[in-house]
Ligand binder design. Sequence first.
Ligand code: AKB
Length: 315
Amino acid sequence: MDTPKILITGANGQLGRVLTQSLRAEYGNDAVLASDLNFPDSAENENTIFLDILNTERVKETIKDHKINQIYHMAAILSASGEYNPHKTWNVNFNAVLDLLEIMRECNVGKLFYPSTIAVFGNTTPQSMTPQDVPLLPETVYGISKTTGELWCNYYHNRYGVDVRSLRYPGIISYQSIPSGGTTDYAVEIFHEAIKHNKYTCFLGPDTTLPMMFIDDAIRATIDLMKAPKEKIKTRTSYNLSAMSFTPAQLADEIVNHIPQFEIDYEPDFRQEIANSWSESIDDSRAREEWGWNHQYDITKMTKRMITELKKIYI
Ligand code: AKB
């Protein structure tokens, strides 16, 4: 197997940052080229570049110049932000992926990781233990673009043999950055506000159940999927992936176990409708059977770790 030479797009995002650190820890700094539109804390250097994924020629040059053989394409506009600018969201989330698939084919790049999401599900999807193969009728432009991307990934794999692998991420909970633009972001914001102010106003109602995952599990799933032998990856649209499901009220109760004075109130906004169209829980048995996926964090373990890590930052 070739030594990995990895390009990460969206390396400054919630998942991209931690993925960059983890892949560098595993393969060395020089094996990982981190790219994004901007990096507030660091200037460009030989392993970090500013790259607009809509600039197809520059993306292609970068892949050729750096002899890239694996791409983690993490750049995307998320569900809530996407609704403010549907056409830009389509361009970033879909057209850039189609161009990338074509570059993969043309330049014979080894592997592509394509992040999909629970936003591919919609009001017609069974909401409890959503099966792997269901009709997808997403409500948001983010969901539409990710669904279409899944289908094109499958097409490029079947037609041209492009080794593209994908996961349908639930809401990701991490302490390394504050996500923005998503519907599941409340589950990160709540920890910051609990530690700083002992209270949080949630933009979803108390009983909104959504699937969630702690960052360590999400990163391990991503890297394990990319490392799995080709013949084990039988799903080339995107794998359902699951760890835990909870409501804002249940998460608040967990936080109270660590911060007894914590209080939550609720002011649902337009994101409530998006959340209502998504699954409450996910059947990810195919990922577990085919390449050995197994989560390690439940709501209790995740809450304890989030509070421990954020206290190191704030207190
Ligand atoms: C969002 O809320 O938009 C994302 C997602 C579930 O893909 N976190």
